[in-house]
Every structure is written in C-alpha cells, then in structure tokens.
Design a protein around this ligand. Structure first.
Ligand code: FAD
Length: 327
C-alpha cells in the first residue's frame, strides 16, 4: 500500500495532499498496490470524496475532538497508530511546516529512514524499491536514495513539485473510519487559542502569476515597482534569496531550493541570474520571462522569452503599456 498523509485545516485540504495522491497513484500502478489517503481532524468526512476523485482508492478518516486544531504530539501519536495498523510500504507527506514536524517524529518511532524534500519519486522496475531523489551538496548534485531494509519507505515533498491530478468524479473508493486512543495526557502542549493570520496573497506557491526580483533590483524601492507590475497583471511578487537576504522582500516569498517551489502560468524573473538553487523552485513554470541586462545569464537558457536590458527601463514601459490596456 502507498499511504499519503493529507493535511487539512478548518475543513480544507492543503493542495500538497492532492499532488501527492496523484504521484502515489503512479507509484501504486507500478507496484500494483492501492493508494490510501489519511486525514486527521474533526468533522472532515466531506474531504474523503475529493481525495478519491484525485486518485485515492481508500481514505482513512481519523476524527477526534482533540485533533480539531493541530497539535504535534497528538497528530504524531494518531498517525503512528494508523501506520502501525496499516503497515504501508510507502508513506508520503507534504514538506510543509506541519509535515516537517511530523515526518521525522514518525520516522523515529517507526525506526525507518526519511528522505526529506524530494523532487522526484519513482519505483525501481527491478527491485520495486522507492527511488527518492533530492538535491544534495547545495543542489550541485541530485542524490537518489533508497530505503531497502526498513518500512515504510518515507519521503516528504514540497508543495508545487508535482501537479494536482485532474479530478475524476466517476471514481469510487472505500472510506474507513479509524478510532485512535489519544488524550490530553499524550501532550505537553496546551492550546490556548488559535488566531488566524489574514494576509492577502501570502502564499506564493498558489499564485498563477509571479513577478520575482533579484539582486539586480538593487533596493527595496525597486520592489515597489515590481509590486505595481504584479498588481496590474493580477499576480504577486516574489524574490531570489539575494533579495530576501538584502531585506527587500519577506522570507516567505523566496523562490528556490531553500524557499518555495512555484509553478505559475507566468513567471517574470527580473534581475535574477538563474542560479541552480533558484531554478529548482521555478523551472516548471508554464511560461518564463527573464528581464536581465546580461544576455548570457543562466536564466536566459530556460526562459521562453528573454528581454535583454536594464529593468529600470523595461519594467516602467511594461507598466505604462498595461495601464493603457486597462484604462
Ligand atoms: P545574482 O546572482 O547576483 O544575479 C543578479 C542578476 O541581476 C544578474 O544576472 C545581473 O545581470 C542582473 N542585473 C543586475 N542589474 C540589472 C539591471 N539593472 N537590470 C536587469 N538585470 C540586472 N537562491 C535562491 O534564489 N533561492 C533559494 O532558495 C536558494 N537556496 C540556496 C541554497 C543553498 C544551499 C545555496 C548555497 C544557495 C542558495 N541560493 C538560493 C543562492 C543562489 O546560489 C544565488 O546566490 C542566488 O539565487 C542569486 O540571486 P540573484 O539571481 O538575485 O542574484
């Protein structure tokens, strides 16, 4: 069995779960094994059909009032009970903040290995082992890791790495309720209150249009111009690590190996050279435009459209033309 932990919050699935269910279906086909999705929470039954439509053969629903809000101790214990009972061959989790907390704790309890932040997952046709590929040595090398002696073979994958499969409303699957034994004695954490942080278009990994700036932008003010372009296009701004380290843009808007993986319809890279660690986070974008004064910048090699020039001249002209179109 290929198992996927699908995180939800307030009754809504995180998209990484759907992406992983899609990938798990491919792995399941190669292994001739079913795909089981696991969801934890309270009052979450309505999510099961969505997971089945996206490729799950079975959905295990774990409902408990103590799982309503996320608690790392209780979620770890509940998931551990499910895994011990089901004994999957493979277990996939999203490399979200929550997944990054749960996965190593589970791996330690299960006495198995964990390959974090995978960029590809495949089944070895001969050994039937899961081949877990991820960047190593600052992204200069891709390492393929196997876990031959322990089960489950565990991997985390960042959101946006795999596409969300097209849902099929005709698909049928089994829905199973699983009772876990958890109590407040299982946790040292005491949840006082949950305050939702409302921040408009904060998650760049969901954006359809991204205007990203790099060191070439030169200042925080420069990013205001990029913001203007992004707003006119109905998109959002992001940046390279150099831009983040200069304090020109927030850390949660960094694209790349140590930032977020994005695959928007349009990615405009402005003053970004295209280092391998940056490309790792955006190269699957549908259409890439690069604006750079250096025609030999590596970003030009993967761009669908390259504009060679000073962004201070190119971007204001773009803004002016777009304003004319929208006025
Ligand atoms: P630069 O490489 O300095 O490029 C600036 C570009 O701007 C140049 O191509 C230049 O020609 C152009 N330019 C300058 N002025 C203008 C102008 N006026 N008009 C137009 N173009 C202009 N980087 C990331 O982005 N994301 C990551 O997640 C990430 N993770 C990393 C993890 C590790 C372990 C390591 C070692 C590095 C990581 N990096 C990451 C850093 C990465 O290697 C690069 O240093 C970084 O991406 C460079 O950012 P940049 O392209 O903005 O700057």
């Amino acid at each position: 069995m290929v198992m996927v932990f699908c995180q939800q919050a307030n009754g809504e699935l995180h998209k990484v779960g759907l992406e992983l269910v899609g990938k798990a279906s491919e792995l399941g086909r190669d292994l001739n094994a079913p795909v089981t999705a696991v969801i934890l929470g309270n009052d979450i039954r309505h999510l099961a059909p969505i997971l089945i439509q996206h490729g799950a053969d079975r959905v295990i629903i774990v409902e408990h009032p103590l799982l309503e809000a996320y608690n790392v101790d209780l979620h770890t214990k509940a998931l551990f009970e499910v895994i011990e009972h089901e004994r999957p061959e493979i277990l996939l989790l999203g490399a979200t903040q929550l997944g990054r907390e749960l996965a190593p704790r589970l791996a330690a309890r299960l006495k198995t290995g964990l390959t974090a932040d995978c960029t590809n997952l495949e089944i070895d046709p001969e050994t039937k082992l899961l081949l877990m590929t991820r960047p190593a040595f600052s992204g200069n090398l891709m390492a393929t890791i196997v876990c031959p002696s322990h089960r489950p073979q565990m991997a985390t994958v960042r959101p946006g790495v795999f596409p969300i499969p097209t849902p099929n409303p005709q698909r049928h699957g089994e829905i199973v309720e699983f009772k876990v034994r958890i109590s407040l004695e299982d946790t040292l954490l005491k949840l006082e209150d949950v305050i939702l942080k409302v921040k408009r278009d904060a998650d760049i990994s969901n954006a359809k249009i991204i205007v990203a700036g790099g060191r070439g932008i030169g200042s925080k003010d420069g990013f205001e111009t990029l913001k203007e372009l992004a707003e006119l296009l109905g998109g959002t701004v992001a940046g390279s690590r150099a831009a983040v380290e200069n304090g020109w843009i927030e850390r949660d808007r960094q694209v790349g190996q140590t930032g977020k993986t994005v695959r928007p319809k349009l990615y405009i890279a402005v003053g970004i050279s295209g280092a391998i660690q940056h490309l790792a986070g955006m190269q699957d974008s549908e259409f890439i435009v690069a604006i750079n004064k250096d025609p030999d910048a590596p970003i030009m090699k993967i761009a669908d459209l390259g504009i060679v020039g000073d962004w201070k001249q190119v971007v204001p002209r773009l803004i002016k033309s777009l304003r004319k179109l929208t006025d």
